[in-house]
Design a protein around this ligand. Sequence first.
Ligand code: TXA
Ligand code: MG
Length: 347
Amino acid sequence: MRAKLVCVDRENPEQDLLDRAGGILKGGGLVAFPTETVYGLGGDALNPLASKKIYAAKGRPSDNPLIVHIARIEDLAALCTRVPEKALVLAQRFWPGPLTMIFPASDLVPRATTGGLDTVAVRFPSNKVAQGLILAAGGYVAAPSANTSGRPSPTTAARVAEDLGEAIDMILDGGPADIGLESTIVDFSGEEALILRPGYISLDMLRETIGEGRMDAGLTAEGGHPKAPGMKYRHYAPRADLFIVEGEEKAVVSEISRQVREKEEQGIRCGIFSSREHAPFYGKGVVLTAGSLAHEEEIAQGLYENLRLFDEKGVQVIYSEAFDTPHMGQAIMNRLLKAAGHKVITV
Ligand code: TXA
Ligand code: MG
């Protein structure tokens, strides 16, 4: 493996490590690092060659823009030509944190970083390692999730190494990501705040804070046209075929059990993605528990890791319960539906 995996203190990151990593970014290299959402693959956002390297390392289509990460609120102004008052209110409430906002881009931002768009996505992460790295790199770090394009996003450094170890220069290991799903993206380039990707910050939290906000209509419908280029790809996906089963709890458990029995009789290896509450009721198949319905943050945190584990266990078909939980449900179901290519069985 080419990349050096370096352990770093997640609360008080060692400055010499941050300087080394920052030096790599300043020199046009790539460093993966922890954030509170998922691990990011960082490059100097103001260097078009670094952005090109990011696309190449991930195998990502070049029309899919990167998020620029900052670590000082005063660095926002240089990136964009207009920041609406409501965006500042959101920044005050949720930055640093799992929120990305989109604005009209200034000339400072290379169009290689924005996938050719005249808008730029900006995020100020709360993870201390991320903040230290961004500052050591000069203030602006472009970072998509540090997975091979199309694979589930990595929530640990080991998963980054698995996907990208050969293609990048260094991996900062700051332990598992807290949230486990990517940031909420709010687009401020139009008239009204629009959620392009749901995350830890929900539509309700957005509306409570600024009194407005809508979900991008292209997100919900199968075959819709989402506004964030990245949301149109089948994504976050395990290798196995994934089906989501939704409906009344008992009916879901019995339908999944029936389908798994049938498939296993045909010699097809099945996985079941279950809440902790329902796991004991499944007799056959590889059962992985997402977490408890009473602690939905656990489900979000473990989603991607579990999808990768199903691959390692060699299952060919996965049945997942639906997780329409109150706070993280929108984000969890958004990722699951995409991973499933919208294959839903309603009982
Ligand atoms: O939590 C996160 O946001 C993580 C961590 C590393 O910060 N990053 C992340 O980046 O998820 P990525 O590249 O995997 O996803 C970025 C998403 C893509 O769907 C992309 O299309 C969208 O943001 N995006 C970026 N810039 C955009 C823009 N100017 N307009 C519309 N969508 C944009
Ligand atoms: Mg991604």
